[in-house]
Design a protein around this ligand. Structure first.
Ligand SMILES: [Zn+2]
Length: 222
């Protein structure tokens, strides 16, 4: 199995996870990966998640032309390609329509950092991009204004969440953590108001994760 085929298998497995966990609704949401410099594999448009298999994933080049696949690619292809174009560090994109993140997107409020894992993995609050119609180049432009060169996630106003990363596992983890943060914030509001972590604590948590956390981190045992 070559690198592109392997990426397609990973896209299918992440698609099954986001569907099973309720991070997407019906056929909305989409996933892509960039296994080579000029190839992106992406979920097809409008195919139910439970039926999705390896052969349904579409391969396109960076210009957006379908290279291989029997279906049309996701209608959010322009968003995915624009992100890969701007962010050379990004190799995977997961776009969900999860309920609690959407509550923030619908009220056009950023998701502040109240959980340590958001500080560690996402690295800060998640901001909302200006509204634009789905599938439009304007949507991609608005999302990129927020993502810039460093952000790992963006909320699309009245629409959904985009998590990006060096691989699909990371992009999925970002979407899961933001959905969980959004849910905890909503619950906390029932009890009063959640405490938002200070920028200093967020930076300390992020640095600790990047430079000291985990078994394989060279700094972990120093
Ligand atoms: Zn969407």
């Amino acid at each position: 199995m070559n690198i592109v085929e392997k990426a397609k298998e990973e896209v299918v497995s992440i698609a099954r996870i986001i569907y099973r966990e309720g991070l997407v609704f019906e056929t909305w949401g989409n996933i892509s990966a960039r296994p080579t410099e000029n190839e992106v594999v992406i979920t097809p448009s409008g195919i139910p998640y439970e039926k999705l298999t390896f052969v349904d994933i579409v391969t396109v080049n960076l210009a957006g032309q379908a290279v291989k696949g029997k279906w049309k690619p996701s209608t959010e292809l322009p968003l995915h390609l624009a992100i890969y174009e701007q962010r050379k560090d990004v190799r995977a994109i997961v776009h969900t329509h999860s309920s609690c993140a959407l509550a923030f997107a619908a009220s056009r409020q950023d998701v502040p950092v109240v959980l340590e894992e958001q500080a560690q993995i996402v690295g800060g609050p998640v901001k909302v991009a200006d509204y634009a119609l789905p599938g439009s180049t304007e949507l991609a432009e608005n999302a990129l204004k927020i993502l810039g060169n460093e952000e790992n996630a963006v909320l699309l106003a009245n629409h959904g969440l985009v998590g990006i990363g060096k691989d699909l596992t990371t992009a999925l983890q970002i979407c899961r953590i933001i959905e969980r943060s959004a849910r905890i914030i909503l619950w906390s509001k029932l009890l009063g108001s959640p405490y938002i972590l200070s920028p200093e604590d967020v930076t300390a948590l992020r640095n600790n994760f990047l430079f000291a956390y985990g078994q394989n981190n060279p700094a972990a045992n120093s």
